[in-house]
Design a protein around this ligand. Structure first.
Ligand code: KG4
Ligand code: ZN
Length: 370
């Protein structure tokens, strides 16, 4: 008996292009949540000597690599430009040079293929990833933790975001990156701190938990960063240098303190969310680069279990910046509005998800991966 040929992925097919920071990424997704192509080049090595992302280098690199990556993505999916239903690209927030490169390239590609162009908010890409990789139905509570942001949001639908809180100083990924730099670890700091923390003792040093237990849902990490600096300087003063066990212990203590702060705020927000939506089985989504941290997601999973909530955490490769999240957000927008075409859109270095919320202080002033 002949086995029936597998049915093709469900239309529409949307290509997504991400260039807002130091990853050049292109992906193609289908309506039935298949990732038909996923290619990405990180510029980490090009920026490593500078300890952070250099905007000019990032933009030039995107220019060099984007045409080739786009060709690779089409080849991987076995599609031609005419087979696509739309081309999406990140148009903000992020570094202006990179945003311009991705947007102009995607707009031109869309015009040449006679397809609509969709302007995607990078944060919306993170926010909706859990609907590409999991079952996150609206409404859900979103903890968005990345290099440039740390926010809690009530997500009622595509484009329907209410910001509940934000950081009053550093973003959480930024705190990881600065801690890593201070301890002589690699950039980006998140994975390096997580790896070093595995062998560390969480309780050797007393580190603060800013705003823990305080009213409100805002976050703060700059005091923790300052405390890490003080503790590291003490180690050097006592032992002549920072030893591997010092680094491990500081990283473990830092990560635990970050975890305590995230859990405290998320728990308050979750309780309020359950009342607001009269929900006994709420969905908690964690998204953004810091959601790749296994220690933190394990703690969030435990918190969710305690409150009968479902935790949706995308796989690690889709937590950090990628093209699939942009393609998926574009696809969700295309389904809602089949006549969409954002050829007139402009790049926006700052673009809050909740446009009605008060302007951000602290990390809101900076671009992606501040
Ligand atoms: O979402 P993302 O790729 O870029 C932005 O939109 O900002 O997030 C990057 C951030 C960096 O600060 C990086 O250090 C952090 O995510 N990060 C992590 C981990 N992997 C990446 N932070 C903690 N633990 C990790 N495993
Ligand atoms: Zn991001």
């Amino acid at each position: 008996m002949q086995t029936p040929a597998p049915s093709p992925p469900k239309r529409p097919y949307v290509m997504g292009i991400e260039t807002s920071c130091d990853e050049t990424a292109v992906a193609i997704v289908s309506a039935d949540r298949q990732i038909l192509a996923h290619v990405l080049i990180s510029q980490i090595d090009e920026h490593a000597d500078f300890g952070g992302v250099v905007p000019e280098i990032a933009a030039r690199s995107h220019v060099d690599i984007l045409p080739l990556l786009t060709e690779q993505a089409l080849e991987e999916a076995g599609l031609g430009p005419k087979d696509l239903d739309a081309i999406a690209a990140t148009t903000g927030p992020g570094l202006m040079g990179g945003l311009m490169v991705g947007m102009v390239f995607a707009k031109s590609f869309a015009l040449a293929a006679n397809k609509p162009f969709i302007a995607v908010n990078h944060l919306e890409g993170h926010a909706l990833t859990a609907r590409l990789t999991g079952e996150a139905e609206f409404p859900f509570l979103l903890l968005l933790v990345s290099g440039g942001h740390c926010q809690l949001l009530d997500v009622a639908g595509v484009g329907k975001y209410t910001r509940l809180s934000s950081t009053i100083d550093d973003a959480v990924g930024e705190a990881f990156d600065k801690t890593a730099k201070l301890l002589g670890l690699d950039y980006p700091g998140g994975p390096a701190v997580e790896a070093a923390a595995v062998n560390g003792r969480e309780n050797r040093f007393q580190l603060p938990r800013p705003l823990l237990g305080k009213p409100g849902l805002d976050f703060s990490f700059s005091g923790l960063k300052t405390a890490v600096r003080r503790v590291a300087e003490d180690c050097v003063a006592k032992r002549g240098a920072l030893h591997a066990d010092d680094v491990a212990d500081i990283c473990a203590g830092f990560q635990q303190a970050v975890g305590d702060c995230l859990i405290d705020r998320t728990e308050q927000a979750l309780k309020a969310f359950m009342i607001r939506h009269d929900s006994e089985r709420p969905t908690l989504v964690v998204a953004g680069g810091v959601a790749a941290n296994r220690y933190l997601t394990a703690r969030l999973r435990a918190l969710a279990a305690e409150h009968n909530a479902a935790l949706e955490a995308p796989p690690m490769a889709l937590c950090t910046d990628n093209g699939a999240m942009i393609a998926w957000a574009g696809l969700e927008r295309l389904i809602i509005n089949p006549a969409i075409d954002d050829q007139a859109a402009q790049a926006r270095p700052r673009w809050p998800l909740d446009e009605t919320a008060a302007a951000l202080y602290g990390s809101g002033k900076k671009g992606a991966k501040a």
